[in-house]
Structure formats: structure tokens, C-alpha cells
Ligand binder design. Sequence first.
Ligand code: NAD
Length: 376
Amino acid sequence: MLIGVPKEIYPGETRVALIPTGIQELLNAGFDVIVEQDAGEGAHFSDEEYRTCGASIAPNAKSLYEQADIVIKVRQPLEDEVELIKEGTTLICMLDAWFNLPLVQKLAERKIRSFALEFIPRTTRAQSMDVLSSMGAISGYRSVLTGAMELPQYFPMLMTAAGTIHPAKVFIIGAGVAGLMAISTARRLGAVVEAYDTRTEVREQVESLGAKFVEFDLETEEGTNSGGYATEKSEEFYRKQREQMQQKVSQADLVITTAAIPGKQSPRLITKEMLHYMKKGSVIVDLAAERGGNVEGTVAGHKEYIDGVTIIGYTDHPGRVPVHASQLLTKNVSTFLLNMAAEGELNIDMEDDIVAATLVTEDGEVKHEGLKAQLE
Ligand code: NAD
């Protein structure tokens, strides 16, 4: 079967789903690979490198989609791209399916078999396919660098002849993959770091990275739900959380918010009123910006100034590290694909929990139970 890698056309997207060094593994498994011209440009991989590593080059998207049996992508296809995908194609990408229901419907209607990589279970066996972890870690890393660059002050403690500089205080809300990477990055830069998560089971991980786990008088989540994710709380819970976090937020120089609930809008954890009590010149990096943001005033994709506080709502942190983001995606996507491969063909085994969790559409139907319920 022929695996096709199109050039991403999502605005601002720099990543590519397969880098040249990932091709050989797919060839060894009996597949052929075709890459759209300039697909690797944003991540600094040339057509020449793809050719040298064994791929052929399609001159444009139309030609690629006409030929490919399996399409691997970073982002969900946009409307123009869906039209190009031929019936019977297998599409593997981050579909962002909960928030793209009309697209899911359309993929089903067009008889495209689609897999959503964001549904890969957070299990040990699936770890090397886990795009959310790969990309979350980059977001956590970049959030600190972006915040540090925006701060009008030093990050580390310094004792100079001209006086002592106190280290920056960083408060991180949500200690999942991104939050933990943000903690370690901020610590390496010399900040004093505190973190909070509704899942108290992360305390040990937070502390092992040299940060303080902050306790609030709030209901906690031991054990959490099946996927290890946080569950949605009541508005009363969030009100109490905001009230109790106020002091930590107002003492911080940099706040990084990462609180997310899968498939839902992100909880509002910092209000405009709370911004008023923050230090002038302080910075918030809101990693939940794409889902409405944890901060009132966040604008997805932008930097805002409110009441002396800079609020960064960039949604393309992984795309700002396109080389390594693409390298990690290559490993994630290839491992996912090869898990279903047998001698250059696909063998869709619904007994496999990874396949069952990620299959979204097939044979003209929406197969994912949760999405099907949403569409009814
Ligand atoms: P996520 O992006 O869904 O959420 C980020 C963090 O925000 C989570 O830690 C969540 O608990 C926290 N959060 C939600 N609401 C909050 C609130 N009101 N206040 C403070 N924090 C709040 O999470 P993620 O980083 O994708 O990780 C989800 C889970 O998956 C974690 O349990 C993680 O350890 C687990 N995981 C497992 C594996 C594996 O076993 N292979 C790999 C990666 C992640």
C-alpha cells in the first residue's frame, strides 16, 4: 500500500507527519511512501532528503491524494483537502474530533476510514504512539521559554556586585504532561516553582522535579476516571478554586495554565478581577487557549495586555519547535500505523484496544461511540 504525506495547509502549521529518516521503517514493513512537494519545508526537510530516503514526490496535493491508500497528516484535513481524499482511503491524523463533528460526519459520508490520534489510550503499550504526550511536553517547554522572554526581569537568582536579583516565582496550574515539563524547564532556568493539580496523585512527580505542590481546601481526585484524566467540576468548585488560588496567582511573576478536560471547554480559573491583583509586568501563558482558555481575556493565537499583565494565548507551541515536533510525530504515527500492518497491508483488528479507541469512521459510518452519540 502507498502511504501519502501531504503538506499541511492549516494556517501557520509547520510540522510534517513523517520526516525523511522515518521512511525506511515503513519501506521495511512493505509499504511505499509518497510525499507532497515541499511537505517538509516548514520543518526544514527538503524534497531531496525525502527522495534520498526512498520516497517519491507528488507535485501537488491532488496528485498525492489520488495515489495514496493511506494518508498520514498532522492536523485534521480542511474542507478543500477532504474533497481530495478518495473513497476507501485510510486517514491517520490528529482529527480533534470532539470539536470537528461536521468533519467526522463528512469523512463517514465520503467512506473514508479515519483514525484520531488524540484518542490513543494513555497506556504503557501505546506510549510510543502518544501524540498528546509528545506535543504536550513541547508545549510545556515552550510555555516557559515564551513566558521568560516576555518577563521584564531575570529568571534565575543572581548575586552581582550591583546587587542581588531574586529568582522568578512561577505558578503552574495543571501538572499533566505539559505542566510537568514546564516545571522542569522553569527549574532549569532557576525559578522558584509551585504547582497545583486537582489530581493529587501528581504531588510526588511535582516534588521530584524540585517544585512545591500547593494544597487547597478543595475536593481532590484520587484515582481519577478511566483514562487518568481530570473530570469536569461544578461551577461552585471552580469558584472556590479561583478564590483559593488568588494569593498564589498574585504572588507569581509567571503563571502557566494547562488545565484541560478532554472533549470539553477548559475551566475558567483566572478572572479579569484576579488579573487586577497580579503584579504589573507579570505574565500568564495560557496553554488551554485553544479550548477557550483558563484565563478570562485570553485570545487564542494572540498576546494581550490586560491591567498590566501579559496574557499569551499561542496555540502553536509545538509548531514553534518543528524539527523535533515532526521527529516525535514521525515515531508516534509510524508506530501506530505499524501496529496495524501486516506485509504492507492494513489489518484492522477491533480486538486491539488502541485500534478500537482511535477508529472514528469506516464503511460510511461513524464508528466511535461517543462521537456517534454527539451526532445523533
Ligand atoms: P490534560 O492535558 O488533559 O490536562 C492537564 C492537567 O490539567 C491534568 O493533569 C489535569 O488533572 C489538570 N487539571 C484539570 N482541571 C484542573 C483544575 N481545575 N485545576 C488544576 N488542574 C486541573 O492532561 P495530560 O497531560 O494529557 O495527562 C492526562 C493523564 O494521562 C495524566 O494522568 C497523565 O499522567 C496520564 N498519562 C499517561 C500516560 C501513559 O501511561 N502512557 C502518558 C501520558 C499521560
